[in-house]
Write a protein that binds this ligand. Structure first.
Ligand SMILES: *[C@@H]1O[C@H](CO)[C@@H](O)[C@H](O)[C@H]1NC(C)=O
Ligand SMILES: *[C@@H]1O[C@H](CO)[C@@H](O)[C@H](O)[C@H]1NC(C)=O
Ligand SMILES: *[C@@H]1O[C@H](CO)[C@@H](O)[C@H](O)[C@H]1NC(C)=O
Length: 327
């Protein structure tokens, strides 16, 4: 037993030395966080999330606010959110050598909008997506009791694909009702463009396909995203609520509209599922599935992800952050 403890100590010391060696030599690039709906970069959860990722990876992290936070996350159309994000990113000299994006829920669509649409922006290496509505959602997320929800409730009474709702309810930009595809294609202002569903812009595809890694984290007990598998690019076929198609069986993938197939065939897409509700993630899963991609250099990545599977950091790994704050 004593020798086991001795071994553990030695192992830990070696690992810590190795880790600090990695973080000093790896020239790790910074990362940015785009928060989810109803959230705000100043909220405690998101601050903690960014700080933890930063300290575990040794990389600088920035939460980028679009507009005023919670209210605008519900009401500002996505093309506008994306344009603002693009300008802010280009304004940050810290990001000019390239950076990673960590997207939370609808923040992933802002992130992808920046990757695909931001002309003249710095390169994005990895997109780590937590609960992203990538293929659309078939229902408006529950809003809760905040003031903005009175507005949201009123808007939901209107047709989702009316110009008025498209202009004033952000989630309407990515609602895709499978039995109302014509209206969606004609009126939905954001997701059809982001996913190259109608006009196929090869620049968007080229940019998205240039990612080093696309990490798609799905929450096993997600009740906010309908279907929760949209976080893996699964969706319903056009015209029907069933069956739910795995990403590889969707037209988006088969015809490779945005380069998802290209990335997948190159082994660059990681389909991860974690236990937990929407945006509820444990420290252990953050270390295992996010941190390795925030540490620059391939060798460091494999070493860190190996060591994070061991007992090394296990003390607080059961702790969970719940970043879905709309309730
Ligand atoms: C970017 O920087 C310019 C010049 O400092 C400033 O005028 C502009 O408001 C900034 N844009 C954003 C979106 O922060
Ligand atoms: C495709 O996207 C690029 C980059 O934003 C843009 O410059 C170009 O005009 C777009 N092409 C068309 C036909 O919309
Ligand atoms: C991933 O999903 C499968 C199928 O739903 C489930 O059986 C498995 O336990 C999940 N894994 C994790 C780590 O949550």
């Amino acid at each position: 037993m004593a020798s086991f403890k001795y071994f553990l100590t030695i192992f830990t010391v070696i690992s810590i030395v190795e880790l600090s060696f990695i973080s000093r030599t790896a020239h790790s690039i910074p990362f940015v966080v785009f928060h989810g709906i109803s959230d705000n970069c100043r909220h405690k959860g998101i601050t903690q999330f960014t700080t933890l990722l930063s300290s575990w990876s040794g990389s600088k992290g920035y939460c980028i606010e679009i507009g005023n936070g919670a209210w605008d996350s519900w009401t500002m159309p996505f093309l506008k959110q994306t344009a603002i994000a693009c300008e802010k990113i280009k304004n940050m000299s810290e990001l000019s050598e390239g950076y990673n994006i960590v997207g939370l829920s609808q923040g992933n669509l802002v992130g992808r909008g920046v990757i695909e649409f931001c002309d003249g922006g710095p390169p994005v290496r990895n997109l780590i997506s937590l609960g992203g509505p990538h293929a659309g959602i078939a229902s408006v997320p529950l809003c809760g009791s905040a003031t903005v929800c009175i507005l949201v409730d009123v808007l939901i009474q209107f047709a989702i694909y009316s110009d008025f709702v498209q202009e004033h309810l952000a989630p309407a930009s990515y609602i895709k009702i499978p039995t109302d595809i014509d209206a969606y294609r004609e009126k939905c202002k954001f997701l059809p463009k982001l996913n190259n569903e109608i006009y196929k812009n090869s620049t968007y595809k080229k940019r998205f396909a240039s990612l080093d890694n696309l990490v798609l984290i799905k929450f096993e007990h997600d009740e906010v995203l309908v279907p929760k598998e949209t976080s893996w690019f699964w969706y319903y076929p056009d015209g029907s609520w069933e069956p739910l198609l795995p990403a590889q069986q969707t037209t988006l993938y088969i015809e490779d509209w945005i380069g998802l197939k290209t990335l997948d065939e190159a082994g660059k897409v990681k389909f991860v599922n974690v236990s937990g509700a929407h945006l509820e993630i444990s420290y252990g899963d953050m270390k295992k599935y996010i941190v390795p991609y925030l540490v620059d250099s391939a060798s460091a990545q494999s070493r860190i992800s190996e060591s994070s599977n061991l007992w090394l950091w296990s003390e607080h790994d059961e702790k969970r952050l719940n970043l879905y704050s709309s309730r």
